[in-house]
Design a protein around this ligand. Structure first.
Ligand SMILES: Cc1cc2nc3c(=O)[nH]c(=O)nc-3n(C[C@H](O)[C@H](O)[C@H](O)COP(=O)(O)OP(=O)(O)OC[C@H]3O[C@@H](n4cnc5c(N)ncnc54)[C@H](O)[C@@H]3O)c2cc1C
Length: 276
C-alpha cells in the first residue's frame, strides 16, 4: 500500500460524503476490501493497480448500511439490500431466498468462497463485478436499481450505471434494490465454469413473469447482455441477433463460438428453471 495511505472510518453518512468530496485528497470508499485492497498494495501484481491514484480510503463499516429489508408494499415496494450487507447475509437472508426463486441468495452463495463472502459486500460486489458475476446478472434480470447518495439520495437503474459508471463519482451507493413483486416472478441461474469453485466462463440469469421473459447473459461480451423476450418470441433468434450486435469475448477459457453456443444452452436452462 502507499506509505501515506490515509484510513478513515466515519460514523455518519454525511461525514463519509464530506471526506469523499475533498478535492485535494483522492479518496475512495472501502467496503469489504476484497477487490480494492490488493489494488492498493505495491507488493502484489494486479492488472489495474491503484496505489498511485489513491491517497485515502473511507471505511463504510460503521455507517449502518447493512440491512436487508422489504420496503413499502408488494407491487410498489422494494427488496432493499444495504450497500454493506455481506454476500453471506444475502445468501442466508430469508427475503433473498424467497424473491424470484431465490436467485439473489443463490448467486451470492456462488460468488466466492466463504471467507470472501463474509467480507465482500453488496455494493462492492456490484460495482466491481465482472460481466459474468451471477449476482450482477440476477440483479439486472430483476430490474435492479442502485440507490446513490451524493448529498441527495437518488435511484438509478443498475444497467444505466454500468453503462456510465462516472455517474457515481463523489457519491456513495447506500443500497441496491429490486422491485418487490405483487405476483410470482420465477427466477433461474445457469453457469458453466472450469470447476465448481471457479468463476463462470458464461453465466445466465432469467426471470419469468406476466410481462414476459428476461435474460441477462454474462461472459459473452465486456458487459452483460440483456434481453427481454415476448411470450411467443424465439429464444435462439433473439439471442443470436443480440450477440451479433456486440464484440464477443474470446480467450484461453473459451472462443467466441464456444461462448455463443454456451449462451444459448444456458439461457434455455435458466429459463426452464425460472418457469419451473
Ligand atoms: C480470490 C478472489 C476471487 C474472486 N472471485 C469473484 C467471482 O467469482 N465473482 C465476482 O463477481 N467477483 C469475484 N471477486 C471479486 C470480489 O470478490 C468482488 O468484487 C467483491 O465482492 C468486492 O466487494 P467488496 O465489498 O470487498 O468491495 P471493495 O473491494 O471494498 O470495493 C470494490 C470497489 O467498489 C467501491 N465501493 C465499494 N462500496 C461502495 C459504495 N457503497 N459506494 C461506492 N463505491 C463503493 C470501492 O471503492 C471499490 O472501487 C473475487 C476476488 C478475489 C480476491
Amino acid at each position: 500500500m502507499p506509505a501515506t495511505l490515509e484510513y478513515l472510518r466515519p460514523q455518519t453518512l454525511g461525514e463519509a460524503l464530506m471526506l469523499l468530496r475533498r478535492s485535494d485528497v483522492r479518496t475512495v470508499p472501502l467496503a469489504g476490501g476484497t477487490w480494492l485492497v490488493p489494488r492498493l498494495r505495491r507488493d502484489v501484481e494486479v492488472s489495474d493497480p491503484l496505489a498511485d491514484r489513491v491517497d485515502a480510503v473511507v471505511d463504510l463499516a460503521d455507517l449502518g448500511l447493512d440491512g436487508i429489508d422489504l420496503e413499502g408494499e408488494p407491487g410498489v415496494g422494494w427488496v432493499a439490500l444495504g450497500a454493506t450487507a455481506t454476500l453471506t447475509q444475502v445468501a442466508e437472508s430469508l427475503i433473498c431466498r424467497e424473491v424470484a426463486g431465490g436467485i439473489l441468495a443463490q448467486a451470492a452463495q456462488r460468488a466466492a468462497p466463504v471467507n470472501q463472502r463474509n467480507a465482500a459486500t453488496v455494493a462492492g460486489a456490484t460495482l466491481s463485478a465482472s460481466s459474468q458475476s451471477e449476482l450482477l446478472l440476477a440483479l439486472l434480470v430483476l430490474e435492479g436499481q442502485i440507490v446513490v447518495n451524493d448529498g441527495e439520495p437518488r435511484a438509478m437503474s443498475l444497467h444505466e450505471l454500468l453503462a456510465d459508471p462516472g455517474q457515481l463519482a463523489g457519491g456513495l451507493a447506500t443500497a441496491v434494490r429490486v422491485p418487490w413483486p405483487a405476483a410470482r416472478v420465477g427466477g433461474g441461474l445457469a453457469r458453466v465454469a472450469r470447476t465448481p469453485g471457479d468463476a463462470p466462463i458464461v453465466a445466465v440469469a432469467a426471470a419469468v413473469d406476466g410481462a414476459g421473459r428476461r435474460l441477462a447473459v454474462g461472459g459473452v461480451a465486456a458487459a452483460p447482455l440483456r434481453l427481454h423476450l415476448a411470450a411467443d418470441e424465439d429464444l435462439e433468434r433473439a439471442l443470436n441477433a443480440a450477440l451479433d450486435g456486440v464484440e464477443l469475448l474470446s480467450d484461453w477459457q473459451g472462443s467466441s463460438e464456444y461462448r455463443r453456443a454456451l449462451a444459448l444452452v444456458l439461457s434455455q436452462r435458466a429459463l426452464d428453471a425460472a418457469a419451473g
